[in-house]
Design a protein around this ligand. Structure first.
Ligand code: ZN
Length: 291
């Protein structure tokens, strides 16, 4: 209990001081998010496996490849390479690289929202992909330049990876039945898939007809003092909708987000980003946050 309360206090402190970022801190205090993979979880598992592959190739690291979402076993790696002549690597350095990436991947959610950093707003999909393409080219040039700052490179790469992750969580790529990555994300000026047309209907409105199980999830989360405070800080219960089969388009679209209305407001027939933080409402079943 003490551990829970101290984690909770830390999380609340984090929310107040850093604004709302969709990171693993929420899963620690809110049971409903325990199976959600946030931006940081995804980045950290990719980084751990990449570091493992690098150390295996260059520093004779033995042992098993970490599974997705395993805690990265740095100390074990160090022990397994002890005694081998080229086995020297610095665990502290690996940890600090991890920390730099972790804060970079959360950063786009902590500043004022721009659709081109999050693959939001159907009408901004192409612009977002072109921005990612340009940023990738610039970053490659920066890496090749003399005296490149690795911290700076990690910051930019972490932020770009946030946008890549959002392609899969904010567009309907998955709902269209795709179970593989889209190799054109950030790689070409078009995404190799037909975009939903300006005049085409993408979504129908959601309703508030919850199943008994969904209603219980909402009531439990908002009923407890410890769980309701972070939820009230990040968003409103009024934004909790139940959406079933509301996506009608067979083409690629993305949700409109009320906090990005200055870029383009949502028009009838388009999809809302959804989740607790989106005053357009709709978009996700029950308490889903739409990371
Ligand atoms: Zn985002």
């Amino acid at each position: 209990m003490l551990l829970f309360v101290s984690t909770w206090i830390l999380s609340i402190f984090f929310v107040f001081c850093n604004g709302f970022a969709t990171i693993d801190e929420f899963a620690k205090v809110l049971d409903v998010f325990k199976d959600t993979k946030f931006h940081d979880n995804q980045l950290l598992t990719a980084l751990c496996i990449t570091q493992y592959e690098f150390l295996k190739r260059h520093k004779s690291l033995k042992g098993k490849r970490p599974d997705f979402y395993d805690e990265c076993p740095y100390d074990e790696w160090l022990k397994s390479t002890n005694g081998s002549s080229n086995a020297i690597f610095d665990v502290d350095e690996l940890e600090s690289i991890k920390d730099e990436f972790e804060s970079a991947v959360a950063a786009p959610d902590l500043r004022s929202m721009k659709p081109t950093e999050h693959y939001d707003l159907e009408s901004y999909i192409t612009e977002t992909n072109i921005k990612l393409l340009k940023d990738r080219k610039n970053l490659l040039n920066q890496i090749k330049a003399d005296g490149a700052s690795f911290s700076d490179i990690r910051e930019k790469l972490g932020e770009m990876l946030h946008t890549v992750q959002d392609f899969y969580s904010h567009t309907n790529w998955v709902e269209l039945g795709n179970d593989k990555i889209n190799p054109m994300v950030g790689m070409g000026s078009n995404l190799g898939v037909q975009l939903n047309g300006e005049k085409e209907v993408a979504c129908t409105p959601c309703d508030k007809k919850f199943t008994a199980e969904e209603q219980k999830e909402v009531d439990d989360a908002y009923g407890g003092l410890l769980t309701s405070i972070p939820l009230v800080i990040v968003g409103s219960k009024d934004n909790v909708y139940s959406c079933r089969g509301n996506m009608v388009t067979k083409h690629l679209t993305s949700g409109y987000y009320e906090s990005e209305k200055d870029f383009r407001a949502m028009e009838e027939g388009k999809c809302a980003h959804g989740g607790l933080t989106d005053n357009y409402g709709g978009g996700g079943p029950t308490l889903q946050i739409s990371p």
